[in-house]
Design a protein around this ligand. Structure first.
Ligand code: SAH
Ligand code: SF4
Length: 350
């Protein structure tokens, strides 16, 4: 079987079945842009070739195992199962303004091992294929079409470190943005990373309009090193140089994600050093309240949320210092769909 997202495979099949390129383009448009679903998309092909094409092509690489809708807000968590039995998740975010975003996963776990993150606790990390990444968008798009809501934004903030799966990430971005693919605006795509300087540069060179979010969380080297063990090899000075280079390549600011942890990242010294570190950079700071992991997942005793009023103080101080700063409102708290809670203790359906 050939995945619908495998361009060269599909093209070879098209030639073999002598399908008109226009008909194939219409099929792709129906499936990837208007999310009409496989059955309806196949109607774009002449009936003579339809059956053989349908028999040779795989439209979905993931099995949707479960959907959990938040009772608190407009979030839905989609639990998928891969062909080799791994569980991954995507989150649909129906934002009040009417915008609809999808948070996608790039790996089945994460080697980042950040102390505050549930995904980092999962064993047996594997990269998702390009088709597995894209199928999250295809299946979410189809669901949203049923609600009359177009999928507009795709954020790579689900399970995994996108730059640990760089080749498939780039291929997926190409397809999400491409005219012959999902045809979303590249301005509506955002990649969140623990901060790998060379990979950040490569992304900005290849996709200058795609957004980059850096999980900074602390500018005190020893604190960042202990919270995010994998980042030790890229000192904060090197990270800052990379953000500065991105600023030169892109016309939108780099998003700085900053997790508010009581006593660890929210002290006066943290604030002063953060303002200093950011000085001269074009950034949008997003302060993130800490979401406790599902019980038992992140048992780090020292890690606790910062009081909400402290977050407000940080916000005000950053604004006074001239930075764009916002607070992240996580959706889906009741279904463990919020940042850092994307991890499963059991396989879906088990
Ligand atoms: N690996 C990438 C993208 C996935 S994590 C990265 O680290 O950026 C997406 C975001 O969720 C990151 O900013 C991450 O630091 C944040 N996050 C992880 N655990 C969290 C938690 N328990 N509470 C709040 N945010 C968390
Ligand atoms: Fe991986 Fe990001 Fe979680 Fe760190 S925060 S473990 S990099 S998914």
């Amino acid at each position: 079987m050939i995945s619908i997202h495998d361009h060269s495979g599909i093209e070879a099949l098209r030639k073999r079945l002598r399908i008109d390129p226009q008909a194939l383009r219409r099929l792709r448009g129906a499936f990837l842009r208007t999310f009409r679903g496989a059955e309806s998309a196949l109607e774009e092909l002449p009936s003579a070739e339809r059956v053989e094409f349908a028999g040779a092509v795989r439209f979905h690489d993931l099995e949707l195992a479960e959907v959990q809708d938040s009772k608190l807000d407009g979030a839905s968590k989609l639990l998928f199962r891969t062909a080799d039995g791994r569980a991954i998740e995507s989150v649909i975010l129906r934002i009040k303004t009417g915008r609809t975003a999808l948070c996608v996963s790039t790996q089945t776990g994460c080697a980042g091992g950040c102390l505050f993150c549930a995904t980092g606790r999962l064993k047996g990390v594997r990269n998702l294929t390009t088709a597995e990444i894209l199928d999250q968008a295809a299946q979410a798009g189809e669901r949203l079409r049923g609600e009359g809501r177009p999928l507009r934004n795709v954020v790579f903030m689900g399970m995994g470190e996108p730059f640990h799966n760089e080749e498939n990430l780039h291929a997926a971005l190409e397809e999400l943005w491409g005219r012959n693919g999902f045809h979303l605006s590249d301005r509506h795509l955002l990649v969140s990373t623990l901060g790998i300087p060379d990979a950040m540069r490569r992304l900005a060179h290849r996709f200058p309009r795609v957004g980059l979010a850096l999980s900074l969380h602390s500018v005190r080297q020893e604190i960042r090193d202990s919270l995010m063990p994998l980042t030790r090899r890229w000192p904060l000075s090197e990270l800052r140089a990379a953000v500065s280079e991105l600023n030169a390549l892109q016309d939108h600011p780099v998003m700085i994600e900053y997790l508010m942890l009581g006593g660890l990242t929210d002290t006066d010294a943290d604030l002063a050093q953060l303002v200093q570190w950011l000085d001269g950079l074009r950034v949008h700071v997003n302060l993130i309240p800490y979401n406790p992991g599902m019980a038992g997942d992140t048992g780090e005793a020292a890690i606790r949320p910062s009081p909400p009023e402290r977050l407000e103080e940080f916000l005000a101080a950053l604004k006074r210092a001239g930075f764009r700063a916002t607070r992240r409102h996580s959706l889906g708290g009741d279904i463990a769909a919020a940042c850092g809670q994307l991890a499963r203790r059991r396989e879906p359906g088990a």
